[in-house]
Design a protein around this ligand. Structure first.
Ligand code: HEC
Length: 244
């Protein structure tokens, strides 16, 4: 045993000196073999997932050259607020110019602004902001409620599981992420429209009342969901962000 320890110690020293610790946990950043001139999101931004759990899709970014072609071997690094995990956080673009990382958001619900960055020829960083959304218990409930009761009219996208009626409505409702519309409505406005239907706020009768179908907690949960997915982001009036 002694000699084994001795050998391990020797190896550790050698590795530390030559800096070639491929297997070591805190491996150094991979060395870029190329640089691009633009970094773009390919897929996986604006996902909604449970707080503290891995998101369903990886975040895929692409590094392009001046002609818009993918660059192989460019280094992309990811950073985010405390609690966010990237697997991996640094990697080189593949033969199509892309990198893919798996994301786990923090335990607090809300909007997480992540940053992906690559360097251009001049050595300047090209940062790209990538928003992702973490739902807490209330927003998760709101997501389920709106899926059951609202999305057939409010979500313009039709899927085999969820056929949308949106385009058949003479007065098209807004999709819940349309912050330009929803951020102007107070929580009290939303509660009135959802509880009493469109006419409560001089809107169309095509917007049904849900005061008898949904509990107060469910209506509040839908509102929390709407506030979370809002783009541009919702800022509660008079709220001081003392915590962050
Ligand atoms: C049968 C279709 C239908 C369903 C189901 C429906 N809505 Fe609507 N909703 C509408 C229509 C149509 C409007 C637009 C009314 C107008 O602009 O005059 C609307 C408008 C609204 C508005 C005002 C902002 C906007 O988008 O124009 C809110 C808030 C709203 N709905 C919330 C909900 C919620 C929450 C649910 C589920 C609990 C829901 N709606 C379900 C049809 C629907």
């Amino acid at each position: 045993m002694k000699s084994l320890h001795g050998t391990a110690g020797m190896l550790a020293v050698v590795v530390a000196v030559c800096g070639c610790s491929r297997q070591h946990k805190a491996a150094p950043a991979p060395q870029a073999t190329a640089v691009g001139s633009a970094l773009v999101v390919s897929s996986g931004d604006k996902q909604l997932g449970p707080a503290g759990a891995p998101l369903g899709q990886p975040l895929v970014m692409q590094v392009n050259d001046d002609q818009g072609n993918g660059v192989t071997g460019a280094l992309v690094m990811f950073t985010g607020p405390a609690g966010v995990k990237f697997d991996p956080s640094e990697l080189l673009t593949d033969s199509s110019g892309q990198v893919s990382t798996n994301l786990t958001l923090g335990n607090t619900s809300g909007r997480y602004q992540l940053t992906a960055v690559t360097n251009n020829k001049a050595g300047h960083a090209l940062p790209v902001q990538v928003p992702e959304l973490a739902a807490g218990y209330q927003e998760e409930l709101g997501y389920q409620v709106q899926r059951t009761y609202c999305s057939r009219c409010h979500n313009p996208e039709s899927t085999p599981e969820q056929v949308s009626n949106h385009d058949n409505l003479s007065v098209p409702p807004h999709s819940f992420d349309q912050g330009d519309t929803y951020n102007k409505l107070s929580d009290a406005d939303l509660t009135a429209i959802i509880g009493h239907g469109g006419p409560a706020m001089n809107l169309s009768v095509l917007m049904p009342p849900y005061g008898k179908t949904l509990t107060k907690a469910e209506i509040q949960a839908v509102i929390a969901y709407i506030r979370l997915v809002s783009d541009p982001p919702y800022q509660a009036p008079g709220l001081v962000y003392a915590k962050q």
